[in-house]
Ligand binder design. Structure first.
Ligand code: CMP
Length: 136
């Protein structure tokens, strides 16, 4: 039985700044993700705070929001069978130092903050995150 899902991917400021967005997009395409929608935007700190609200009690919340709003990002809706999990596999561990060889964060990430990509962590959050960037 097919289980086609959508997930939200963000190519973060560190990767856009290094002109890695086409390379990273091709990695998704190579793994048979379909890019359903995409846009390059520069969000405000307030928008970043809304997006990362689940992390508001974490010590790194402020820096995280400052960082996500520090430069242009590329947001994408990715579609594939089991897209949420498959995207998380392709991204690798949050900290590039812990990420497996071949994963996006291992290849492109600089640090736990500048880890190049974000991906939804559950189907429920994928819906919320897709609506956040693409509704209206
Ligand atoms: P992301 O998948 O975008 O979700 C939240 C982000 O917070 C995470 O990637 C990291 O870039 C960042 N972050 C910074 N410090 C930490 C930490 N100690 N644990 C988890 N995430 C962190």
């Amino acid at each position: 039985m097919s289980n086609i899902e959508q997930t939200l991917s963000i190519i973060k400021p560190d990767a856009v700044e290094r002109n890695l967005q086409d390379k990273i997009k091709n990695e998704f395409i190579d793994k048979n993700f379909e890019i359903i929608n995409e846009k390059k935007i520069h969000i405000s700190k307030e928008e970043a705070e809304k997006f990362y609200k689940v992390h508001e009690t974490k010590p790194f919340y402020n820096d995280l929001c400052t960082y996500l709003s520090s430069g242009p990002i590329c947001v994408m809706i990715l579609q594939k069978e089991n897209a949420v999990l498959e995207n998380r596999k392709l991204m690798g561990a949050t900290n590039p130092n812990d990420a497996e060889e071949g994963t996006l964060r291992k290849k492109y990430g600089i640090s736990i903050d500048k880890n190049s990509v974000h991906g939804s962590d559950s189907i429920e959050n994928a819906k919320i995150e897709i609506d956040f960037f693409f509704k209206n």
